[in-house]
Design a binder for this molecule. Structure first.
Ligand SMILES: CC(C)(COP(=O)(O)OP(=O)(O)OC[C@H]1O[C@@H](n2cnc3c(N)ncnc32)[C@H](O)[C@@H]1OP(=O)(O)O)[C@@H](O)C(=O)NCCC(=O)NCCS
Ligand SMILES: [Zn+2]
Length: 330
């Protein structure tokens, strides 16, 4: 195999590496546009971008985003960047092993993006529409689930919606009571920085990647407008969803979490047609949480003894689930 990138990956040729995992590598371009010009290269040899799998293609951009952030944090001069992929010799691809460029840019760097705009009269709307139609005919239909954004749900007393920046102090208020995290792995928030960390986690992990959902909902009380808790939904696989939740101490015992969990359950079963099971589990001592699951129609499936280490201590977990069409286990 004479491919330069394959040989770099095998360490048969030298390169200045930035990153490596089992699927991709990143190293400096030997002919950089500017200092810090990085190439993200899939480990599997593939000439054309269009022949990468969807996972491989997405992965290049995933690692590319990380490397770009790293460049920005490293002090390497970058007031902006071009992310580009040259596909085919006619487009300037020099090494026939598909790769993504991350090139830092700054004012006065003397570089250009080598395109010129066409005469707008050459492309009137009718012509654009014709071209769009031609390509659209070959573009796979959007999977409903794939394009679904996190919804906002409304119940009698609550709004369930994505967190906003302005919710930080509310998060601190509900998550700082020592009783709240008693049966969950996290610690009570002490400072706004703790809440910020949770907030950042939510931002980074909320996703819908090819039907793999993780939606975190702020539970907002309609009367006060304050966020009083959190409930999240993920799908373990296309057939199984799972919920987790926590509520501020002052609002316990008013049926609030049951109301929120019911809304998530209704939304999930009606919007994820393949989902047949919604599950949840709790530390067995957590009676309130067990009750929430029972109140939304889940059945107790069993106990996993000493299956979880809660704050250094092994504890029992109780599993609950509801099956589509409300079949119950006897
Ligand atoms: C568990 C939790 C979400 C419950 O929320 P909630 O809004 O108080 O729940 P609801 O009011 O809808 O229902 C709770 C039910 O449990 C009952 N309950 C709560 N604690 C109980 C206890 N120690 N013994 C007996 N019943 C209890 C309540 O009376 C209520 O039952 P009812 O409506 O039949 O009277 C809330 O307590 C919480 O956030 N806890 C901390 C975080 C947590 O443990 N999350 C779950 C992790 S699996
Ligand atoms: Zn190669």
């Amino acid at each position: 195999m004479s491919c330069v990138f394959c040989r770099i990956i095998k360490r048969e040729l030298p390169a200045s590496f930035i990153y490596e995992d089992d699927k991709a590598v990143a190293f400096l371009d030997i002919h950089p546009i500017n200092e810090g010009h990085v190439l993200i290269v899939p480990k599997r040899h593939e000439t054309q971008f269009g022949n990468l799998t969807e996972d491989e293609a997405a992965y290049l951009f995933k690692i590319g985003r990380r490397v770009l952030k790293a460049i920005q944090e490293s002090g390497v001069k970058s007031e902006g960047a071009n992310l580009f992929l040259s596909d085919g010799p006619v487009a300037g691809q020099d090494v026939m092993h598909s790769h993504l460029h991350i090139a830092p840019r700054f004012k006065g760097d003397g570089q250009r993006v080598g395109f010129s705009h066409s005469d707008p009269e050459q492309y009137p709307r009718t012509r654009l529409d014709q071209i769009a139609l031609k390509i659209a005919g070959h573009t796979p239909k959007a999977d409903k689930q794939e394009t679904m954004n996190q919804p906002t749900l409304e119940t009698k007393r609550l709004i369930l919606e994505p967190y906003k920046d302005s919710d930080l102090t509310d998060i601190l208020a509900y998550a700082s009571h020592p009783e709240v995290p008693k049966y969950v792995p996290w610690e009570a928030h002490k400072t706004i920085e703790d809440s910020q960390k949770f907030f950042d986690f939510v931002r980074q992990s909320t996703r819908n990647v090819r039907g793999k959902l993780f939606f975190v909902f702020a539970i907002r009380l309609k009367t006060s407008g304050s966020v009083i808790g959190s409930i999240d939904f993920k799908n373990v696989n296309q057939f199984t969803g799972q919920i987790d939740y926590a509520l501020g101490y002052e609002n316990w015992g008013k049926g609030i979490m049951s109301e929120a969990a019911q809304a998530i359950s209704d939304w999930a079963f009606s919007n994820l047609p393949e989902m047949v099971r919604l599950q949840a589990f709790c530390v067995s001592e957590n009676i309130g949480s067990s009750r929430v699951m029972e109140k939304i129609g889940m059945s107790r499936e069993g106990m996993r003894r000493k299956a979880f280490v809660l704050k250094g201590k092994p504890v029992d977990l109780t599993d609950y689930a509801i099956i589509k069409d409300k079949e119950v286990i006897s």
